[in-house]
Design a protein around this ligand. Structure first.
Ligand SMILES: NC(=O)C1=CN([C@@H]2O[C@H](COP(=O)(O)OP(=O)(O)OC[C@H]3O[C@@H](n4cnc5c(N)ncnc54)[C@H](OP(=O)(O)O)[C@@H]3O)[C@@H](O)[C@H]2O)C=CC1
Ligand SMILES: Nc1nc(=O)c2c([nH]1)NC[C@@H]1CN(c3ccc(C(=O)N[C@@H](CCC(=O)O)C(=O)O)cc3)C=[N+]21
Length: 296
């Protein structure tokens, strides 16, 4: 079987269009412009690329973008002060602190200092708890983007067997919560999982979020399964720098029913969902009805 390619890039463009529509309506009817603040500590080149692309797309959607670039040796107290200032700023509806942070900074402490209602990454413990108990929260962008593509492709996910490979707080765990919320039977696999190939072979839905280039080969994939590749790995191939996912695309596409490519799959959806979360946060902050179809 040759898999259907799930075009995350095109899907993300439709999400951004919806976002832009809501932004225009907020301006026209309420004189409100949603604002997203991104805090980048240090000069990690990949982070800089991502932050730039996010800022550009925020402005293209009609929103305000605020960028705070801090030195790699910024103290915890100084970073907390920046977050505090953004928490208090009424023009800022969403705050994202780019991860990973330099080693001397306590990530949990910093993330939990963000006002939960402005935490558009959905990483604050309050949002994690709300998501885990099925209450209204801010939903992490990458898992939300994956869920949107899965729902769009399958309609209902109810009763499907899903395997999430990876148990990080930013991707694996919230992804598993969302799939559970949609009534999948969910398995979370990780580096200590016994017989990963066997676990993956049972899955109707495979979400790979490992950070190991092309780790999942096609012969682990059940015929007709849906494969969502979250991995973003820069490797050198034939003397060139290329971007590959956590699954071996060519062999997985031979067996899967549908698969997301890298680049052009989950990545663009992540940024689109960040914009969507910012609009959602802005509506909630102003007591306005939330846009439909932009949250989980
Ligand atoms: N497209 C996008 O928008 C985004 C992409 N990413 C990408 O997704 C990938 C995962 O990111 P993230 O969750 O932050 O990564 P982490 O490094 O935080 O987590 C990786 C997970 O994979 C597990 N793992 C590692 N090796 C194996 C193995 N051999 N078999 C099974 N499981 C294994 C680890 O297990 P254990 O817990 O036991 O160590 C861990 O739970 C990366 O490539 C990252 O770049 C991340 C965020 C957004
Ligand atoms: N607080 C925080 N929130 C995040 O959401 C967050 C983060 N920190 N740190 C880093 C990871 C990674 N991440 C990506 C987003 C988009 C692409 C993306 O758009 N990728 C393009 C390719 C881009 C390229 O060519 O490099 C694609 O897959 O098509 C990739 C990776 C968000 N992250």
């Amino acid at each position: 079987m040759a898999a259907n390619i799930i075009d995350g890039k095109a899907f993300a463009a439709t999400v951004r269009e919806k976002v832009a529509g809501h932004v225009a309506r907020l301006k026209e009817e309420h004189d409100i412009t949603p604002g997203l603040a991104v805090v980048l500590v240090g000069e990690d080149p990949a982070s800089q690329v991502y932050v730039r692309s996010k800022g550009k797309q925020t402005v293209e959607a009609g929103m305000n973008s605020f960028e705070h670039k801090l030195d790699a040796d910024t103290s915890e107290a100084d970073l907390l002060a920046v977050v505090d200032q953004l928490n208090k700023d009424p023009a800022v509806h969403g705050i994202l602190v780019q991860l990973p942070l330099p080693g001397h900074l306590n990530e949990d402490l910093i993330i939990n200092s963000i006002a939960p209602e402005k935490d558009v990454d959905g990483f604050h413990i309050s949002n994690v708890g709300l998501l885990g108990t099925g209450q209204k929260s801010m939903v992490p962008c990458t898992p939300l983007g994956c869920l949107m593509m899965l729902r769009d492709y399958h309609g209902s996910l109810s009763g499907m067997d899903a395997v999430v490979i990876g148990r990080s707080n930013i991707v694996g765990k919230p992804m598993a919560q969302l799939l559970l919320g949609d009534s999948c039977t969910v398995t979370i696999a990780h580096s200590r999982t016994k017989d990963l190939p066997d676990v993956v072979r049972r899955a109707d839905i495979v979400v790979a979020a490992v950070g190991r280039p092309e780790m999942v080969p096609g012969d682990w994939i059940k015929e007709g399964a849906t494969v969502i590749d979250v991995g973003i790995n820069r490797i050198e191939r034939d003397g060139k720098n290329v971007l590959v996912g956590d699954v071996d695309f060519a062999s997985c596409a031979e067996r899967a029913g549908a698969i997301t490519p890298v680049p052009g799959g989950v990545g663009p959806m992540t940024i689109a969902c960040l914009l969507a979360n910012t609009v959602t946060a802005c509506c909630r902050a102003n007591g306005l009805a939330e846009p439909e179809g932009l949250t989980a």
